[in-house]
Design a protein. Sequence first.
Length: 411
Amino acid sequence: MGTKHTLLATFMGWLITAAGRQVSDIVKNEMQVTLGLEKRWQVSLAVDLAFWIGYLITALLLGIWSDKIGRKKIIYLSLLLFSIPTGLLYLSDIYTFVYIRFFQGLAVGGFFPVAVALLGDLNEVSTRSKAVGRFVAGGIFGAIIGWLVSGIAYDASGVWQLGFLVLVPPIVGVAVINYIWLEESPLAKKPGEIKADAISTFATIKSLLKNRFLVIALLFCALDLFTLWIVDDWLPYYVKEVFGISSTETAIFRMVSAITGILGILFFGYYSDKFGRKKALITAVIGGLSSVILLAIVSFTLPFQYMYPLTAAFGFFCLGEFAAIYVLVMENAPSSRRGTAMGLCIFIGNAIALTGGPIAALLSDYTILGLTAFLVVPFIAIAIRLPLSLIARDPEARRGAFLAFGENSKK
C-alpha cells in the first residue's frame, strides 16, 4: 500500500476516535441531570478530565515507544481497544461512568501522536503540512458525526448513552482497515535493534526540551488546544442554556464551525507548505483573535442566528493553526524522535488544555462572568499565542525549503 492509503486509513481513524470522544459534547446538560451533578465544574471533572487523564498517559508513553518499535502496531491496536470502553459507556451509571471514561482515554491516547509522527516520516517538507492538515481534518468530520449521532440518538430515544453504542461497530471496522492499509515508518527499527538504543527515555526528553523553539511550539499547541477544548466542551452547553435550542439544533450549529474548520485546516496546510509554518501561524492567530472578540460581543447583544458566521470564522482560523503547529513541533526535533516529540506535544498540550474546562466552569459558577466565562477564557489563550507565533522558529524556512516550493515537483 502507498502513502495515500496510509493517509486515508489514519484519517478514518482520527475521524472515528473524535466521534467517539465528542459524543458527550451535545448531551452534557442531560448527563449532568442523570449523573446527579449540581455544579458545572463537576460535569467537567466527570466527563472531560477523566478522559484526558487517561489519554495523556498513553499519548506520551506510546509516542516514545513508537520511536523504538515502529508506528503501525500502536495505531491499529489503539483503535481496536478504544471500541471496548466506548461500548461499555452505554451500560454506565453514576457509579461507573468516570472510570469507563478514563479507560476510554487510556485506550486511544497513543493513536493521534503516533499517526502524526508516521505521516511526518512518510512525507517530504513540501507536502508534510498538507498531509498532516488533511489527517487532522478527519477529527473535525468525526466531531460532526459524533454531535449528530448524539443529538439524534438522544432526541429519538431519551437515552444519552445510546450515541456511544452506535459508534462501536465503525470503530472496529476502521481498526481493521488500519491493520490492512498502514505502511510502516521507514525510520522504524528492526526488532533486534531496539536494545541498541543507547539514549534513555529521560535523557531524550531532557535533550528535546533544551530546544527553546520546540518548547515555544509545544506551548503554542497547548494554548490552541486549551481554546478549542473549552469551546468544544462548553459552547453547546452555553447555547442550549442561553437560547433554549434542542440537542439536534445544537449539533447542527456546531457543525457549521466544524465545516469551516476543515476548510481552514486545508487552506493553512497549503499556506504552510508554500510560505512556511511561522507565517501560517501568525495569520491564523490574528484571524482567530478577531473572530472570538466579535463572537463575545454578538453573544451579548444579538439573536442566536448571528452566532453562526462568527463561530464559522473562529473554526476556520483556530482549527487552521493545527495544519502548521504539529509539523513545526516535528521539524524542531530530530527525525528519529518525531514520535517522542509528538507524544510530548499531546501530553503537555492536553495537560494544559484539560484545565480550561474546569477553569471556565469555576468562573461560571462562582463569579459575575456566569456562562460568558466560556468565551472570555479562550480569548486570553488566543491573545497569548500571538507573541509566541512571532518568536517561533521555522527550521525549514531557514533552509530555504519554501522558496523552492514551485520547483520541488520538477527535481
